[in-house]
Design a protein around this ligand. Structure first.
Ligand SMILES: *[C@@H]1O[C@H](CO)[C@@H](O)[C@H](O)[C@H]1NC(C)=O
Ligand SMILES: *[C@@H]1O[C@H](CO)[C@@H](O)[C@H](O)[C@H]1NC(C)=O
Length: 475
């Protein structure tokens, strides 16, 4: 017995060493940060050198320290929504996407059908970019908000939330109903014009058209949480980076918002496939493509690129972009499998056959029920070393990570058609200690790939090339 023991120890230690090597393939270690940064957190900028020398703009969370328009005092004063508030708004967005995917073209209108109104449209866990709109004229006293020593300046900065599942961009305009008012005042921009009612662009607003006032085209958009925006459909010069400007960018100039939008943002940059979106309007000059990288945390910057990045320099794993006639706005892909710790979940590819929508604003990914159940079981198995915590609404796989500084997470990869493996960043797995995935009612409902899972991955929407590309560790 005495002679056997050292041999046993030797075997044990060598199997531990082999285990450590496997471990790297199966697990990744993540420093834990809480759902919310401390109010006095500072921006640490880009984690990776931004890849493109032209055409990219920084992306940040509207209320985070990387957002130039967000002062630390306004952040501190701002009550953070609870996880419950975030999830509630997420469910409204998901229900709306599913409604539109089912071919229900009726746009939400006010009146009886209006869903419960939330107190404030949630822009936490959203990403926004800053753009410059208009050509600001210096007023006679020279005290205009963007006045410079020249006669005019290159536009007023607006912070707009990126939205890949809508088509009509809009910004808040002066005059406005609710203080604080925005800085973009169309009467002070020499390049501003209202879109006339007889213009093709006005007719093409379709369900978002809201009649004609003094020959000027009107628009109205109602969001699934009951908030809405309306005003004059307009055009002006748009500069989204220091390079080229878009001469006559069309957008809704919002004079009335219902339900409050956070004053830290001043609009929505719609990037859907419909004709009114930024990417469609600029297709001739930028080539019907855009990409973005959503940052892993509030104190890190991401980026947005209008146009396709040079393919030779940056390799994207590409999967076909799917079309759905019933939901022409949305970007869809075919997920075929999921791996956890390197092992594929034991679910047949047919489970994913309905396809998945890529969305920049949905927070938690929705999977087909069968796929979610298998993911949950595999994830729980690999997380057995951590103490489970109570479910948080639809997030049913939560852990008590109090006091845990670094958590060992099983690697999770999404496998797209035909065999494109995209491993998630550790920041794309948990939300407030819970597995950041949930499920649809059944496998026939389309999945939605949310923004948590997209973190740090540059996601290319190449409409001309009918492909979606993924490039890991991009921001
Ligand atoms: C729209 O109406 C104006 C004024 O009646 C006219 O001058 C213009 O040519 C019309 N434009 C189109 C596109 O029909
Ligand atoms: C799947 O769920 C959707 C949404 O709840 C429902 O409309 C549909 O009838 C269900 N399909 C099946 C086959 O159960």
């Amino acid at each position: 017995m005495v002679a056997v023991l050292p041999l046993f120890l030797l075997l044990l230690s060598s199997s531990l060493a082999a285990g450590a090597a496997d471990d790297d393939h199966e697990f990744t270690v993540m420093a834990l940060s809480s759902l919310w940064l401390k109010p006095n957190a500072t921006c640490s900028g880009h984690r990776v050198t931004p890849p493109h020398n032209t055409g990219w703009v920084p992306l940040s969370r509207p209320l985070g320290p990387c957002s130039p328009s967000s002062s630390s005092s306004s952040r501190a004063a701002k009550a953070r929504p609870s996880l419950g508030d975030l999830l509630r708004q997420d469910r409204l967005r998901v229900a709306d996407i599913h409604r539109r995917l089912s071919g229900d073209f009726r746009e939400l209108k006010g009146s009886k059908k209006q869903p419960a109104v939330v107190e404030e449209t949630q822009i936490h866990h959203q990403s926004a970019l800053e753009l410059k709109l208009g050509t600001e004229q210096r007023d006679s006293q020279g005290i205009g908000p963007a006045a410079t020593d020249g006669g005019s300046s290159a536009g007023v900065v607006q912070t707009v939330v990126l939205d890949t599942a809508s088509d009509v961009p809009w910004v808040q305009c002066v005059p406005c109903a609710i203080e604080p008012c925005p800085t973009y005042d169309p009467t002070r921009s020499s390049t501003y014009a209202a879109v006339p009612c007889n213009a093709t662009a006005c007719r093409r607003l379709g369900p978002y058209g809201n009649g004609c006032v003094n020959g000027q085209c009107q628009y109205r958009i109602v969001y699934p949480d009951g908030s809405s925006t309306s005003g004059t459909y307009s055009s002006d010069v748009l500069a989204i980076d220091d390079g080229d400007a878009v001469a006559a960018f069309r957008f809704g100039c919002s004079q009335a918002e219902q339900g409050s939008f956070d004053p830290q943002t001043s609009g929505i940059m719609a990037l859907g496939r419909g004709g009114a979106s930024l990417v469609s309007q600029t297709a001739a000059s930028y080539g019907a493509a855009f990409s973005y990288c959503l940052p892993p945390a509030d104190d890190i910057k991401g980026f947005f690129v209008l146009g396709a990045p040079p393919e030779a320099a940056y390799r994207f794993a590409r999967t076909p972009m799917l079309r759905d006639r019933r939901a022409p706005t949305m970007y869809r892909v075919l997920l075929r499998a999921i791996t956890v710790a390197g092992r594929p979940l034991n679910v047949p590819p047919e489970v994913f056959a309905a396809g998945s929508v890529l969305d920049s604003r949905t927070i938690v990914t929705r999977l087909p029920l069968t796929a979610y159940q298998a993911l949950r079981a595999a994830f729980r198995g690999r997380m057995a070393g951590y103490r489970r915590a109570e479910p948080r609404e639809e997030l049913d796989t939560c852990y008590d990570l109090a006091g845990v500084r670094r958590v060992r997470l099983p690697r999770i990869a999404l496998v797209f058609d035909p065999n494109v493996v995209v491993e998630l960043d550790p920041s794309g797995v948990l939300l407030d200690g819970c597995l950041a995935f949930t499920y649809n009612a059944n496998d026939t409902v389309q999945g939605i790939l949310g923004n948590t899972q997209q973190k740090t991955i540059e996601v290319l929407h190449d409409i001309g090339g009918a492909a979606v590309g993924f490039r890991r560790a991009a921001c």
